[in-house]
Design a protein. Structure first.
Length: 89
């Protein structure tokens, strides 16, 4: 019986934050992405997905509204230019 060594690379995990139109701060929108690339901390989603297919959770995020924790008003996440990747620590 031979044992095979398998190497599993952990993909970097990123949280998606969206700039709030109500208070101008970025807020986590409960979306996490496992991407193959390192070094994407603070990368704009519009730039990253410009020539790539968007994952379903990003398409879903764009159809939702989120509540600003400061003003309690709803804001949209439709515009990816206001969405930023933050590396999970």
């Amino acid at each position: 019986m031979s044992s095979a060594n398998t190497y599993t690379r952990n993909m970097p995990n990123y949280d998606v934050h969206v700039t709030c139109s109500e208070c101008s701060q970025t807020h986590f929108v409960s979306v996490r992405l496992d991407l193959d690339e390192d070094g994407l901390d603070r990368t704009n989603l519009a730039d990253y997905f410009a020539n790539r297919p968007k994952p379903s959770q990003i398409a879903f995020m764009q159809t939702n509204k989120y509540r600003c924790p400061h003003t309690k008003q709803l804001y949209s996440a439709a515009d990816l230019s206001g969405a930023i990747l933050f590396a999970q620590t």
